[in-house]
Write a protein that binds this ligand. Sequence first.
Ligand SMILES: Cc1ncc(COP(=O)(O)O)c(C=O)c1O
Length: 385
Amino acid sequence: MFHRDTWAEVDLDAIFHNVASLRSFLPKETAIMAVVKANAYGHGDAQVAKTALEAGASHLAVAFLDEALALRQKGMHAPILVLGATRPEDVDLAAEKRIALTVFQQEWLEEAKQHHQSGLPVLFHLKMDTGMGRLGVKEEEETKRIVAMIDAYPHFLLEGVYTHFATADEINTDYFSFQYETFLRMLEWLPYRPKWVHCGNSATSLRFPTKVFNIVRFGIAMYGLSPSLAIKPYLPFTLKEAFSLHSRVVHVKRLLPGEKVSYGATYTAEQEEWVGTVPIGYADGWIRKLQNFHVLVNGEKVPIIGRICMDQLMIRLPSYVPIGTKVTLIGQQADEKITMDEVAQYLDTINYEIPCTISYRVPRIFLRNKSIMEVRNAVLDGNNV
Ligand SMILES: Cc1ncc(COP(=O)(O)O)c(C=O)c1O
């Protein structure tokens, strides 16, 4: 239950479509790990996770242990991998909840061993740094020592090995190929192949489906967004955007020529103008830089005027509209659409950042209208639903 006229709609059928499409696109033996970190890129962690698992994913990935614990608390039983760093003192917590951890440092492993009291098995994925320069082992000797330490300790199990690409979403594949070759060489350092070997984010999975070993980490494209504008024209199947953002006009007034709008009084009406007040602002993630961008009202683009406030913004309306008229900030109204990419381009950033920034204060409403069979059959038939 919520009591405000601003909300985000998350179309779970779109999530299902995107994962099911990837499932039929990838080789059968390649598994899918749905990346639901950061509250599923702002979409809603458990709802997205559940939908992705129904659509053909078998694993989940998050950035931090807390995100994994939250999923367990919400009843998610699938294998979960923490992609980021975890404190060594939390290994027992991870073991108890059957959450796999990323390991990339020998000292960390030694400390984790000291903290491991439960006698429960701890699952590890070894992260190799092939050129991202973030987390990961680079040296052969350290890699070998880490694997030897894991193998020597009966409760530790090396379940996976992986790397992450820095430029998989760029047209030029030189650096991608360099990282890929480096990963192949690093795999030779291991005395055996762990159960899971992975390197594919969305861009890699969609562009190089035969280079992803046996599981992919599918994030941005699951939400219906292209990993970059550059590769958008070359995606192998249609992605459906899952996230839309809406509000309602709560006040409408007529301004006379010369009258001002919002903090700083930076906007001046040039003629008689209808102005609507919309209850969404920068505390909701609709940041001040979006001043002069537009929203949709009655299927028409109308500009945001004056400074965006913490909780409200003002729009210039072509004519009077009644209180309660729907305002769409991301999404479709009639024939007009505002895409996540358009918002991202206006803000000079990437689409990933936009739904992540829409704050906790905006309630998410989950739409799951179509039956699973209807969407699955449509995907199998190659139809767009
Ligand atoms: C290690 C790792 N793997 C996979 C992903 C998913 O990437 P994408 O959202 O581009 O699919 C991310 C996202 O940032 C990541 O950090």
